[in-house]
Design a protein. Structure first.
Length: 70
């Protein structure tokens, strides 16, 4: 929406827009928090998996590097 259009809106409409934006921000923050938790869980599982065997860790890293090159 352009500035000119925003200036023509009444307070009720502006408040509704701000409220909708705040709800979207809260939704995205929640989604980000969930994604960060999943990433942290994945990193922890990866650490536990590789801690058991240095050889397995090397294989895992080699596979990741091969995937990046492909």
């Amino acid at each position: 929406m352009k500035d000119k259009d925003l200036r023509r809106l009444n307070r009720k409409d502006l408040l509704e827009i701000v409220t909708q934006q705040q709800q979207e921000i809260e939704r995205l923050e929640s989604k980000l928090k969930e994604a960060n938790a999943q990433l942290e869980d994945r990193c922890i599982r990866l650490d536990l998996h590789t801690a058991g065997s240095v050889g397995k860790a090397i294989e895992l890293l080699t596979g990741i590097l091969r995937e990046d090159r492909a």
